[in-house]
Design a protein around this ligand. Sequence first.
Ligand code: ATP
Length: 346
Amino acid sequence: MTRYRIALIEGDGIGPEVTRAALSILEALEAEFGLSLEIRPAPAGDSCLQKGGVALPEESISVIRRSDSCLKAPVGESAADVVVRLRRDFDLYANIRPAKGLPGVKSLAPGADLVIVRENTEDLYKGMEFEIDGGAVALRLITRRASERIAERAFGLAESRKKGRKVVAVHKANVLKKSDGVFASACRKVWRGHPGVNFSEMYVDAAAMALIRSPESFDVIVTTNLFGDILSDEAAQLVGGIGLAPSANLGDKFALFEPVHGSAPDIANRGIANPIAMLLSVSMMLEWLGESRRDPVCGRAASSLRTAVNAALERGVTTPDLGGKNKSAEVAAYIARQIHEGRKKE
Ligand code: ATP
């Protein structure tokens, strides 16, 4: 049996609460599926900054480096110093953000099933900002290499999905002629290697509208860093809110998984944070481990977790953000029981 080393960032605000839920579910999956996980804390975020003056200590980076994957809860004000740095240092260039209608969840677009593939390493998020006389300037870096590899991910993903095998590249090349010109032409070039995929392009303003008007028409969206950040929050809201939105940050050999939402200080320490975005991130992590390590047990555990989450949503075992009355821990306990029940039926 393979033992997987999982680096864990418990984060700030509601981070520790959704982390507790994730740990209880990982324990349930270990017991039911015989998974072997070594959870290794990698402290990072505002609490580290306050204690030791750095948001992402070297010891934590070293724990992450010696792990098979990283599971991260949201961090607060120091988010950019933690996750933007991890994405860059570990070359986690593909941010995968699925937005899919879930059973029992009232939402604007219950039939939507799309994935946003967001370039994760460059664009304005490079942080190249300078003060100039009378203001400031931010540099937007878009390279051919980064654009081609994110496009490869998007086309590969479209080919592996049951949906329409459609990729739409979202950019603003009519205004950002040079930078988005590079991105658009890289997507067109990569498309040539994937002739079975239906490819189109859309300006980001039109895409923001079309997501509201006809969300079901999208399959895979590939886009640059800032546009992807904004559109994925919009897409998350379409299918029931940010408390349900998971994400993966993928490199070629390493990956980090985290909910899309932030540390939500307004509801921290009340036990009411929705743990499902974090749990679906756990499911994405197990799926990735299963695929990258060719371990079917991880894949089965991931699928059982998704089924158990759906059961909780269908039966209205939910936190107040979804109109429910349950605490985070109750939702997690219900999901753990569903995993157990599901195993008994197999
Ligand atoms: P940060 O500054 O770290 O990004 P934030 O709270 O400003 O955090 P979001 O995480 O995007 O930003 O959250 C916006 C609001 O959505 C929160 O203030 C909270 O009310 C709600 N929210 C976010 N995540 C959850 C969750 N898991 N469960 C319930 N409500 C949530």
